[in-house]
Design a protein around this ligand. Sequence first.
Ligand SMILES: Nc1ncnc2c1ncn2[C@@H]1O[C@H](COP(=O)(O)OP(=O)(O)O)[C@@H](O)[C@H]1O
Ligand SMILES: [Mg+2]
Length: 228
Amino acid sequence: MSTNSYVVEARDLAKTYTLGKRDIPALRAIDLALPPGEFTVLLGPSGAGKTTTLNLMGCLDRATAGSLPVAGQMITGNGVRTGEARLDALRREHIGFVFADFHLLPTLTATENVQVPLIWSDRIDRQRARDLLCRVGLGHRLTHRPDELSGGEMQRVALARALVNRPSLLLADEPTANLDTRTRDEIFDLLRELSGEGLTVLLATHDHELAERGDTVLRLRGGVIVSD
Ligand SMILES: Nc1ncnc2c1ncn2[C@@H]1O[C@H](COP(=O)(O)OP(=O)(O)O)[C@@H](O)[C@H]1O
Ligand SMILES: [Mg+2]
């Protein structure tokens, strides 16, 4: 497998947490390749290692072993240990995140929340934030604050924020876990649409029904990818 044909290509990726004197193997040598524009679902029960996987792919945490090129750059493996500043830059330029609990800043409006990732790059662009909010169906909620929005609307704001730096990869960690079924489907359909427009998506969920709608489903159990 060439590192150029995948947005992310993990090989033998492992993560062991240490709690006091105890080692907790959260991921045990998984292989995972994300082709550009594909919608991949990482399905597994609580504790399977989904968040750990997304955090490694998103350069939020460091692997214990294995190789992991992100956006063509080897960030771990072959003796490589990428520095914090480079990891920050990779994350900013290539990765968008959405989480179950939205992570919006409560005192900021929707438009301001979407602009937050731009602060680090001195490129405040209110119009881009507005355009993205319109793209996710929130053109009528530009100046609302999180406590004036529904769960589905908050996740749309979070999604617009995740897209503001034009990421090549969107990592969605249980993005519909706090939403009712109808809103879950709306957010999922929106993610599918974005993937259809070329965005590579890796969505972690414990929801089997949702998983069936991905292009590819990877089943994770006890830190191992299992076949069906
Ligand atoms: N920071 C941490 N320190 C120690 N153990 C952790 C930490 N984060 C996760 N774990 C453990 O790693 C395993 C995988 O966790 P996680 O990746 O959060 O799974 P999931 O997202 O599928 O629920 C679990 O056993 C969890 O308790
Ligand atoms: Mg998790």
